[in-house]
Write a protein that binds this ligand. Structure first.
Ligand SMILES: [Fe+2]
Ligand SMILES: [Fe+2]
Length: 300
């Protein structure tokens, strides 16, 4: 996994975050959009299963926090963040519709995700300090997940293995457009959490809980998609079941991050000097966003 985690001198100080309209045409995107590689395809397809419910929840949680933020610059960032995440959620939902036409019904999985975010992490009838504390707990969860989306965004922008594997350009653009906006707004959730709680204890303990849940959901998602893929019906039970060796092989090809790359990027969150601004490059992200085919198509 490329390690581009240090900002260069040419990085902009602060940019105004804004949602960009995008337009994707899924019609000619094949089921295995990384040709001949259902495992990598479905591992990345898990994003479409998790993100719509997750990002809608980010939006709702940030809308709850916004009236409590008095810092004007941070308010602007939060409004930009809300706009971007809402568009992301919508774009990934479009892929889910496309999967249905290809014989994979994602509803059993996505319904569980919606339930989880609404019931377990949704609003609760609390008041006063307890209500505020519950909000800050959820903001810490958003910050923990946004660390992962930032380094994965940085990974996908630099993942030459996906180009070498002839990944379908429409899906590659979705992943890179989303990844670039994740890099662009990577500091917002962290800044919001620190606005309410500057101590490291909550940040660290939350990530300790969030990381294994994310890994577990991802593994479940890959299993679900491999099992539901009608074109793999002739495969044996064993071959259809995802194995760690598949993940390692994809990491070597560069179609997925390597285990070591993931561990290294995740571990920076646990350092005292952690600053999301050091994860990835804003100028690289903005460069990609200026030329993203989906953003250009929508601008026409
Ligand atoms: Fe996003
Ligand atoms: Fe994000």
């Amino acid at each position: 996994m490329p390690d581009t985690g240090v900002m260069s001198d040419t990085e902009p100080d602060h940019i105004l975050l804004q949602a960009r309209n995008v337009e994707f045409d899924w019609a000619d995107v094949p089921l295995h959009w990384i040709p001949g590689d259902p495992f990598s395809t479905h591992t990345l397809n898990v994003l479409h299963l998790l993100l719509p419910a997750g990002e809608d929840w980010f939006v709702e949680t940030f809308k709850e926090a916004l009236p409590l933020i008095e810092d004007e610059k941070l308010r602007e960032d939060v409004i930009g963040f809300i706009g971007q995440e809402a568009v992301h959620s919508h774009a990934h939902s479009g892929v889910l519709e496309h999967l249905k036409t290809q014989g994979i019904d994602p509803t059993p999985f996505t319904r569980q995700m919606e339930w989880t975010f609404r019931r377990i992490l949704g609003p609760r009838p609390l008041t006063g300090l307890r209500s505020r504390n519950y909000l800050v707990e959820r903001l810490a969860v958003v910050a923990a997940i946004e660390h992962a989306t930032a380094f994965l965004g940085d990974w996908v922008l630099n993942a030459d293995g996906l180009d070498r594997a002839r990944t379908h350009p429409t899906m590659l653009d979705l992943l890179r457009w989303h990844g670039a906006e994740e890099v662009e707004h990577r500091a917002v959730a962290y800044d919001v959490m620190r606005y309410f709680d500057k101590r490291d204890a909550r940040r660290l303990r939350t990530q300790v809980l969030v990381t294994p849940v994310l890994v577990w959901l991802w593994v479940r998602g890959v299993r679900f998609l491999m099992r539901s893929d009608p074109s793999l019906a002739a495969w044996s039970e064993h071959r259809r079941k995802p194995h760690y060796s598949d993940f390692r092989a994809a990491g070597r090809r560069g179609t997925l991050p390597t285990t070591w790359g993931l561990v290294k990027r995740m571990s920076t969150y646990f350092t005292r000097s952690y600053d999301p601004r050091n994860e990835g490059s804003t100028s690289q992200a903005v460069r990609y966003l200026a030329e993203s085919p989906a953003a250009r198509a929508a601008a026409k």
